[in-house]
Design a protein around this ligand. Structure first.
Ligand SMILES: Nc1ncnc2c1ncn2[C@@H]1O[C@H](COP(=O)(O)OP(=O)(O)OP(=O)(O)O)[C@@H](O)[C@H]1O
Ligand SMILES: [Mg+2]
Length: 344
């Protein structure tokens, strides 16, 4: 059962547990946590050594006895206990005590569209471990649409595309509900993977996954568009010798390499539009697509969508935190519920 606005208004905090980042909004305070969903633990003692940014930096650089784990995978909590420990550390003592003081702590969490019951259960269990006596579930698509200011409650169509790390969800919303939606398991991680594979095959260069962002940045500005630089110098490690080496990478080839994962995203937009009633599609031709989620910042992604769909494409102001900000807006009671009383 999706939570009602009234139930959400009674919640004290909201959590967006993403494959890449964890965000927490506390009612009356705002966004208090926006950190990578990563924890590092000492396998000898079982103690947690680091969480968030610091733990992410440790990835691939740890001695044997330290293990870096990601308790959320593909938008689902896969290690509930570790997710609880990570969240406790990310919230810190002060915040945790403030929340614990509430006599009947209520939390909200967003889950991917059509999340299966096990995934929903895992999200609920995680918040229960933080002391929540009641947990409300909200569809990420609705939360993100509210967070980027789309007129969700109006009888007109809005199209939203949530570009996460592990998945991309596309939906048409009207009257506060999802009319049609599609979810593809392709996101920022698949794009990063495609770039790493391209460099390995074409240039015999190994690029640590953490260096993919600098590559994207090097290509940025109008980077992954055809107006960007023709070539860019990239540093990495030679696959055979293991020595540091730099190569001149052809930008157009990188653009082609990431086209493959992004084609799946374009297909899902086509499918959503085909399943959508014609009146709503007419609205969408004017209003276009709103992109949210961290991967919406991928340079040139919006241009690619514009070319492929011939529709206006907008990127939200802070695309990465839209979902949790939307939950926050609902917690603070700033969303006017639509009264659909029977006409007498
Ligand atoms: N400036 C940027 N340019 C390109 N990609 C980016 C940028 N910033 C973040 N990303 C990508 O966005 C993804 C993270 O997005 P987001 O924070 O929405 O994910 P998430 O909510 O944790 O994941 P999910 O919703 O899939 O569980 C990462 O894959 C990251 O590579
Ligand atoms: Mg997300």
């Amino acid at each position: 059962m999706p939570a009602t606005l009234e139930q959400l208004r009674r919640c004290h905090f909201a959590v967006d547990l993403g494959a890449a980042r964890t965000r927490v909004y506390v009612k009356g305070t705002g966004l208090v946590v926006d950190q990578p969903s990563v924890a590092a633990m000492n396998t000898r003692t079982g103690a947690l050594i680091a969480v968030g940014e610091l733990a992410e930096k440790m990835t691939g650089r740890t001695p044997d006895y330290i293990r870096v784990v990601r308790p959320v995978s593909g938008g689902t909590v896969v290690d509930i206990e570790m997710a609880q420990r990570m969240l406790r550390h990310l919230l810190g003592d002060k915040m945790r005590r403030a929340l614990r003081r509430k006599p009947f702590l209520r939390g909200a969490v967003c889950t991917p569209h059509n999340a299966d019951p096990l995934a929903q259960r895992a999200a609920i269990e995680t918040l229960v471990g933080l002391g929540s006596r009641r947990v409300e579930l909200v569809d990420t698509l609705i939360a993100a649409a509210v967070g980027c200011g789309l007129p969700v409650e109006q009888p007109e169509a809005s199209m939203i595309m949530v570009c996460g790390a592990a998945a991309t969800e596309v939906a048409v919303l009207s009257l506060g509900n999802i009319v049609t939606a599609e979810r593809v398991r392709v996101g920022g991680e698949a794009v990063d993977h495609a770039i790493v594979q391209h460099l390995r095959h074409e240039h015999e260069l190994m690029l640590p996954s953490q260096n993919v962002r600098p590559l994207q940045l090097a290509l940025s500005g109008n980077g992954l568009t055809s107006h960007g630089p023709a070539a860019t110098e990239i540093h990495g490690r030679d696959v055979c010798t293991g020595l540091a080496r730099s190569v001149l990478v052809d930008t157009a080839a990188v653009r082609d390499a990431i086209q493959t994962p992004l084609t799946a995203v374009l297909d899902s937009i086509g499918k959503v539009l085909r399943d959508c009633p014609p009146d709503l599609v007419a609205d969408l031709a004017d209003r276009g697509i709103m992109m949210v989620g961290g991967s919406a910042l991928l340079p040139g992604f919006d241009d690619m969508l514009r070319q492929a769909t011939s529709m206006p494409v907008h990127i939200a102001e802070r695309p990465d935190v839209c979902a949790v900000q939307g939950l926050g807006t609902m917690l603070e009671g700033r969303v006017e519920p639509l009264e659909l009383d029977p006409v007498t």
